[in-house]
Write a new protein. Structure first.
Ligand SMILES: [Zn+2]
Length: 366
């Protein structure tokens, strides 16, 4: 299959390809339009859903893209290619499984080429219980003003202080400090928010409407930016629950990594979207992964995040190199090469077929 034609160059194009492919399969389509904001081309922003297979199936495979806005180029391409994949759709047709594809959970970030959403919130840190005390990230507080200094490029002195912090604590501690999420700096990086976002509330309503009441859920959330180029790391993406972790490993194999035992290249993040399944469909058996594809070196990705974030916080700054910076930012999360798209999609298809096989077997034994 000519895979790369299913990958897009903009949010609008990605959405059009997805909706067209879903329509060609006579999928049930649902659309949740953002109530207030528009995209970079003035377009409506929406979370789109395509439901395939038997509507009342006991098991559901959920595929989500664009949790981190700009990372949606990858997930959307995989979703659209899957919708054009006859063997995959045949496997669904022969089973008691429904497939729900959720396109662009964070359409604002997808369109405007941001990892965060319209409120500067990292959606994958936003699924915490805001009724309880929020996690404290004191390491981030130490380096916030060095990561995002008053001027850009940073002064030599500011960078030297950041380098000294990294030298003292180590690179892993630095990656963790930046990326585990923080709830104290609303203009900071990897900010988890102070309340559930529109995307959070919409996802929860989708889970209640389409997942609650089913026996089993297998969930793949597509991400990019961590790990070796083109390699898809399967990171367990639920709560710290031994049964759910064991089930997820039974589906996708022992290569499944977890932030709870230190086996993942991701730091121990809190508030990921998988936690919503426990809240909204507590009686549904859960297994789920973030399929995290490597793009570029972690240092390069972190630097791209810093500079893009700085410009978002400083609309008054010169826009002379803004377009170039945004292009580099997109490229940090989307390798626009055919070989990358092919390897990414091959792994996505394999992971989906693994999930379908597991759900079919579980249904047969029920
Ligand atoms: Zn991500």
């Amino acid at each position: 299959m000519n895979v790369h034609r299913h990958f897009a160059q903009s949010y609008t194009q990605a959405r059009d390809k997805f909706v067209a492919a879903a329509g060609a399969r006579s999928a049930d389509l649902f659309r949740h339009v953002h109530p207030a904001l528009h995209g970079v081309e003035g377009e409506d922003l929406s979370i789109d859903l395509a439901l395939l297979g038997k509507p009342d199936a006991a098991s559901l495979l959920l595929l989500t893209s664009g949790t981190h806005g700009v990372e949606g180029f990858c997930g959307s391409g995989c979703q659209t290619a899957l919708l054009r994949e006859d063997p995959f759709l045949r496997a669904i047709g022969h089973s008691d499984i429904a497939v729900l594809m959720l396109h662009a959970l964070n359409p604002y970030g997808f369109s405007h080429l941001r990892r965060v959403n319209e409120d500067n919130i990292d959606l994958n840190r936003n699924f915490v219980d805001f009724g309880k005390p929020l996690p404290v990230n004191s390491a981030y507080a130490e380096i916030h003003s060095l990561l995002l200094p008053a001027t850009w490029p940073p002064t030599t002195e500011s960078e030297a202080r950041l380098d000294a912090w990294v030298a003292q604590h180590g690179r892993a501690a630095y990656q963790a400090a930046v990326s585990i999420g923080q709830y104290a700096f609303h203009d900071g990086m990897f900010y988890g928010g102070s309340r559930p976002t529109w995307s959070n509330r919409t996802l929860r309503s989708v889970l209640r409407e389409h997942v609650a009441g089913r026996r089993r859920l297998a969930w793949i959330d597509f991400h990019t930016g961590l790990g070796p180029r083109g390699h898809g790391e399967k990171i367990y993406a639920g709560l710290e629950n031994a049964g759910d972790i064991a089930r997820t490993k039974a589906v996708w194999g022992r290569e499944v990594t977890s932030v709870f035992d230190g086996s993942s290249s991701s730091a121990r993040i809190g508030g990921n979207i998988g936690g919503a399944a426990r809240d909204e469909c507590p009686d549904t058996e859960f297994c789920g992964i973030a399929l995290e594809y490597g793009t570029h070196d972690i240092e390069q990705v972190l630097e791209a995040l810093r500079v893009e974030h700085w410009f978002a916080n400083h609309p008054e700054a010169s826009r002379a190199h803004y377009k170039e910076m945004k292009r580099k930012f997109r490229d940090a999360f989307y390798v626009d090469d055919d070989d990358w798209k092919e390897t990414v999609y091959t792994q996505a298809l394999a992971a989906c077929l693994q999930a379908v096989e597991h759900l079919s077997r579980a249904t047969a034994h029920a």
